[in-house]
Design a protein around this ligand. Structure first.
Ligand code: SAM
Length: 300
């Protein structure tokens, strides 16, 4: 990945796929300033400021000329952020002692959430993405729970990097895959869950969001950039089958219904049941607490 753009603060701003994380951050910054936000990210604006040059398709505020993609995704990001925050809170209260955020991008949960004693959070992304985020947060003197950044490429041997960073496959874990699944080809999504499963002890869980594509949604992405158009690789065809096929008990929800619970409406183009309309899902998968086959299989 190229990182030849340098911000006013001297940080190398991630480009390519890593830059998409700045788009999500922008939507979280907007959400944080809403009257009744579903989640507040106190660092989002500061991360965007550090990513100047302004005018990037990811950071610029275009007011009424906001590309349709961002309008479509605004509440998707708000609802998924809250849903995942809530899932994390439940999992750690219920005994998960590790949380791994895969493709964390500019996610600041390891800093902004209240982490109980004894929970270890691993933030994994490409080296240049973490370098940028961590430099900004360190200047802000952000402090969080017990956390570790793991610089790794999900196309390579990331489990080895994770274990080398202190991850323990015998400990109950919550895996977070947010804004990631649809950027993977179906086979890569299968490989990803194979690796996650091999690293998971009984009663571990995984939380994901997923969007099935449509021509209208693709057109909205293309308005932003060719990169964003190409970012969508499809991921698993059915998120429930993807989870159950690897031994995870799936709880799959239509994001539209979750949004309604939070008093939000998802635009029709992202929430319909027709073929021409993209559809967005939230899902949690759980391994049985008695599952004998997993506990550190790869590493034991
Ligand atoms: C759309 S962003 C979502 C970021 C974050 N999960 C969130 O929701 O705010 C996708 C993230 O996946 C990361 N990513 C994509 N491909 C990756 C790979 N092969 N290895 C590691 N991270 C990757 C990108 O760098 C980027 O940070």
């Amino acid at each position: 990945m190229v990182t030849d753009e340098t911000s006013a603060t001297g940080d190398a701003v991630p480009r390519g796929v890593g830059a998409t994380a700045l788009g999500v951050t922008r939507l979280r910054a907007i959400e944080s300033n809403r009257a009744r936000p579903l989640a507040i990210d106190p660092y989002a604006e500061r991360i965007l400021e550090a990513a100047v040059p302004a005018g990037s398709e990811w950071t610029a505020d275009r007011g009424a000329a906001e590309p349709r993609f961002f309008r479509l995704m605004r509440d998707q990001v708000a609802v998924r952020t809250r849903f995942i925050d809530d899932t994390i809170a439940r999992a750690v209260a219920d005994g998960a002692a590790q949380v791994v955020v895969l493709g964390c991008g500019m996610d600041t949960r390891s800093y902004r959430l209240n982490w109980p004693e004894g929970v270890h959070v691993f933030d994994l992304d490409l080296p240049e993405v973490l370098a940028f985020r961590d430099a900004v947060l360190s200047r802000l003197a952000a402090s969080g729970g017990h956390r570790t950044s793991v610089a790794a490429d999900l196309r390579e041997d990331w489990p080895r990097s994770l274990v080398a960073a202190g991850f323990d496959p015998t400990v109950r874990t919550l895996w977070v895959c947010e804004g990631l699944l649809y950027a993977l080809p179906a086979t890569a999504a299968e490989d990803l869950l194979t690796e996650i499963t091999l690293l998971s002890s009984p009663a571990s869980a995984v939380v994901v969001d997923h969007i099935t594509d449509s021509p209208a949604f693709a057109a909205a992405r293309e308005e932003v950039s060719p990169e964003l158009l190409e970012l969508w690789q499809g991921g698993p065809e059915h998120v429930g089958t993807w989870l159950s096929g690897h031994g995870w008990e799936p709880d799959v929800r239509d994001l539209r219904n979750e949004a309604a619970r939070y008093g939000r409406e998802i635009p029709e183009d992202l929430a319909g049941g027709q073929h021409e309309v993209a559809r967005t899902w939230l899902a949690v998968g759980e391994l049985a607490s008695t599952n004998p086959g997993v506990s550190g299989r790869r590493w034991g």
